[in-house]
Design a protein around this ligand. Structure first.
Ligand SMILES: Nc1ncnc2c1ncn2[C@@H]1O[C@H](COP(=O)(O)OP(=O)(O)OP(=O)(O)O)[C@@H](O)[C@H]1O
Ligand SMILES: [Mg+2]
Length: 348
């Protein structure tokens, strides 16, 4: 096994169903068994981590302590696990800024639901907050599949654009003009050029002035908390430093999945350093090696085909990725056993 250095942050990403959540949990178990302080955060709204670790079915963003006794290991050791809750993170920000009332807006509440569109942005803010608490040696992030991982990486760009000064001036202007006090003319020109006014007047026709007012108030409330959002940009800058994060791109042992992983790597290029680990999960090699069908039988031909196929895929992966980790399929139906088996493979 290639040596994996200790870093502050570890990201697990990849396309759907390849084993991101399970491998990330195995990694948390491995690091915790070495006595490191670990926080595992799943930012995937599907929350399979909840089932694996038997966490309470509540969307409160609480930190749960997972005792290693659960995995038949030293019960004096543990790691922490959190299911990302955009609503809970937003509540914390509101409390910090004294904006609880403004954040009661229905629009903000809708945006901060698990599938409400702010999940990735809130996750970056939460990770930044956890880093600053300085409680953990390593924070492990289990990210949502494929494109959503790119959304996660891109979210600080979105934050930047959202809080772009002129954009907010327009909203401030519109807020004031709707509440009866118009301001200078040149902002008006800006407004036309962005088409925001057109959009709002259209919305006003369709939904009535109350909705537009509520919309503008929601934007202004977010604007008042902009420091918390803009602060999250620091995390983005750090992701480009190799010394800050280990990046694991998980795939399974199929050509199509490896190609998809390559596609994700290319898309992530502008946001994160390129010293990643490709994790080929669910390899069958140990089983194939141990399998001895009668020579010249159909089963022996099948074995040869499978061995050749895995060897070709490994070769392809090694040519295209600098660090390749191969994790084998765990022959057991229990997800808890998968986590235990993967933790052992991190140790090997
Ligand atoms: N090495 C392995 N051996 C056997 N089963 C595994 C292995 N790794 C993961 N699994 C199983 O594969 C299934 C999918 O794993 P998991 O939920 O971790 O994937 P994921 O990539 O997080 O999925 P999603 O894209 O839905 O978030 C689970 O049932 C898990 O227990
Ligand atoms: Mg998952």
């Amino acid at each position: 096994m290639i040596k994996i250095p200790h870093k502050k942050v570890e990201l697990f990403c990849g396309t759907g169903g390849v084993g991101k959540t399970t491998v990330a949990t195995g990694r948390a178990l491995h690091l915790a068994s070495q006595g490191r302080k670990v926080l595992l955060i799943t930012i995937d709204p599907a929350k399979r981590l909840k089932q694996i670790l038997n966490l309470p079915d509540v969307d409160d963003g609480a930190v749960n302590t997972i005792n290693l006794g659960m995995f038949d290991q030293d019960p004096k050791l543990s790691f922490d696990a959190m299911l990302m809750s955009p609503g809970a993170t937003l509540k914390r920000i509101a409390a910090e800024k004294g904006l609880e009332e403004e954040f009661e807006s229905n629009i903000i509440k809708t945006l901060s639901r698990p599938y409400g569109g702010m999940n990735e942005i809130m996750s970056i803010i939460e990770v930044q907050h956890q880093l600053e608490r300085n409680v953990y040696d390593t924070i492990i992030l289990d990210t949502p599949p494929g494109k959503h991982f790119i959304d996660f990486l891109e979210s600080s760009e979105k934050i930047k654009n959202f809080f772009d000064h002129s954009f907010l001036e327009i909203f401030e202007y519109l807020g004031k003009s709707i509440h009866g006090k118009a301001k200078s003319k040149n902002i008006f020109t800006l407004m036309i050029s962005t088409g925001v006014k057109k959009l709002l007047s259209y919305l006003e026709d369709v939904t009535g002035a109350d909705f537009v007012r509520e919309f503008i108030d929601a934007v202004l409330a977010l604007y008042k908390s902009r420091e918390s959002f803009l602060h999250a940009l620091d995390f983005q800058a750090q992701l480009k430093e190799e010394s800050f994060s280990n990046w694991f791109l998980v795939t399974s042992v199929e050509q199509q999945k490896i190609n998809e992983a390559q596609g994700l790597k290319d898309q992530a290029e502008n946001f994160i350093h390129n010293d990643l680990f490709l994790v080929i999960n669910k390899c069958l090699t140990p089983y194939l090696d141990a399998w001895q069908p009668e020579s010249n039988s159909p089963l022996s031909a099948l074995k040869n085909t499978m061995v050749t196929r895995e060897a070709r895929l490994s070769e392809f992966a090694s040519k295209n990725f600098r660090n390749v980790l191969k994790f084998h399929e765990i022959n057991n139906p229990s997800p808890l056993e998968h986590v235990k088996g993967l933790a052992l493979q991190f140790k090997a």
